[in-house]
Design a protein around this ligand. Structure first.
Ligand SMILES: NC(=O)c1ccc[n+]([C@@H]2O[C@H](COP(=O)([O-])OP(=O)(O)OC[C@H]3O[C@@H](n4cnc5c(N)ncnc54)[C@H](O)[C@@H]3O)[C@@H](O)[C@H]2O)c1
Ligand SMILES: [Zn+2]
Length: 359
């Protein structure tokens, strides 16, 4: 099991454990002496893995209570947040209690935000059960819900005391959800761990069948995010590198009215942005092809799901740059993101992105 401690603030840390059987480390650094544990999960996850978590909490928490929430992105709303807050308050939650968010990114975002807001801040533990959750959503302290104006627009930084990602939970995850996480995993390899590409290639045949990645590979991908957020816990600069593939990806999601899933959009966004990196920063062409082949081998798309023209109006313009340009965080080579003039993103004109839309 991979272990890391993120120094969030001078007196606050988050201890992260990732790997097969990691749930057994839940007792390590349990944040509340004799507090109760409120396990927040959707019905599906509660049925599949609730008992394992209960067993792991036995003898740690004074009492374990389950709080069921609806699942899926459509449930990540302020209405669902209010219902969860009310459920916690009705159970007379106290400052000595701990919220345990068990599930994918929707659950950790929502339950983490409920923890941030109930009684002005409860301690919480993230137990991600999806690949996206383990390598991305549960690590980094961001919590929140969606609003009519857009996703994740209402939220707060509220770091969990613990992140416990037991990769054995991935055994029940549908292949489609595994695939979504592979896009983020590959992104993390490009952002901060070039050798991880070899490790992904070694597992590529199993991944192409829909099997989840090994615990070691998940831990390695999580470690990239841990490293970046450790250096920038409140998103003041370097975290921008985690946006690789996402500027173009978000524009594609929006332009296709979210008919394209996030992972699929990030996959093609990554391919397009790597072509930009080839031309602007001399990113090795052979490596870009290798990454694109790997994405496609594990079942992810590599051709943009819409024309550049429809995506263009959703490309986030940056106030600091001229109209018609976006700022992209780009790699110079696998595992090495470019930093120029103290900035982690460089301005790229729209037509340069258009020129990279297709190979
Ligand atoms: N806070 C952050 O930094 C951050 C980062 C990335 C993504 N996110 C958020 O994460 C969300 C996406 O998360 P997600 O991809 O994990 O999807 P999700 O949370 O919607 O979970 C997907 C589905 O998988 C099911 N599921 C979860 N674990 C399972 C398991 N082990 N076995 C079987 N089924 C299981 C759930 O019931 C759910 O229906 C988005 O809302 C996104 O905004 C947040
Ligand atoms: Zn993403």
């Amino acid at each position: 099991v991979y272990e890391a401690v993120i120094q969030v603030e001078r007196h606050a840390t988050t201890r992260v454990s990732v790997g097969a059987g990691a749930i057994r480390t839940l007792a390590t650094a349990w944040p509340a002496g004799r507090g109760r544990a409120f396990v927040v999960a959707d019905r599906n996850v509660l049925d599949l893995h609730g008992r394992t978590v209960d067993a792991a909490l036995k003898g740690i928490a004074r009492e374990v209570l389950a709080v069921a929430i609806p699942g899926g992105e459509r449930a990540k709303t302020r209405a669902a947040l209010a219902r969860l807050q009310d459920a916690l308050l009705a159970a007379r939650v106290e400052r000595s209690d701990v919220v345990v968010a068990l599930g994918g990114g929707v659950t950790t975002d929502l339950a983490g935000f409920a923890a941030a807001t109930c009684l002005r801040g409860l301690r919480w533990v993230a137990v991600p059960t999806t690949l996206v959750g383990m390598v991305d959503a549960a690590i980094g302290g961001k919590t929140g819900v969606d609003a009519a104006a857009g996703k994740n627009l209402v939220g707060a930084f509220h770091w969990p005391e613990r992140v416990v990602a037991d990769t054995d939970f991935l055994a029940t995850l549908p292949p489609e959800q595994v695939r979504q996480g592979l896009a983020e995993m590959l992104k993390h390899a490009v952002v901060g761990d070039a050798d991880m590409l070899d490790a992904i290639e070694r597992e590529a045949h199993d991944l192409a069948k829909g099997d989840p990645p090994s615990g070691d590979l998940v831990a390695r991908a999580a470690a990239v995010k841990v490293a970046v957020v450790s250096r920038d816990p409140f998103e003041q600069g370097e975290r921008r590198v985690l946006n690789l593939g996402h500027t173009v990806g978000h524009a594609i999601e929006a332009a296709t009215r979210f008919a394209t899933s996030h992972g699929d959009a990030v996959s093609t966004g990554l391919v397009v942005e790597l072509r930009v990196a080839e031309r602007r920063l001399g990113f090795p062409v052979a490596e870009a092809l290798r990454i694109s082949d790997l994405l496609s081998f594990v079942g992810l798309p590599t051709r943009p799901q819409c024309a550049f023209r429809s995506a263009a109006r959703f490309l986030q313009a940056d106030k600091k740059t001229l109209a018609g340009a976006v700022r992209l965080a780009l790699p110079r080579r696998p595992g090495e993101m470019e930093k120029a003039g103290g900035e982690w993103a460089i301005p790229v004109p729209h037509d340069a992105i258009e020129g990279c839309w297709h190979d």
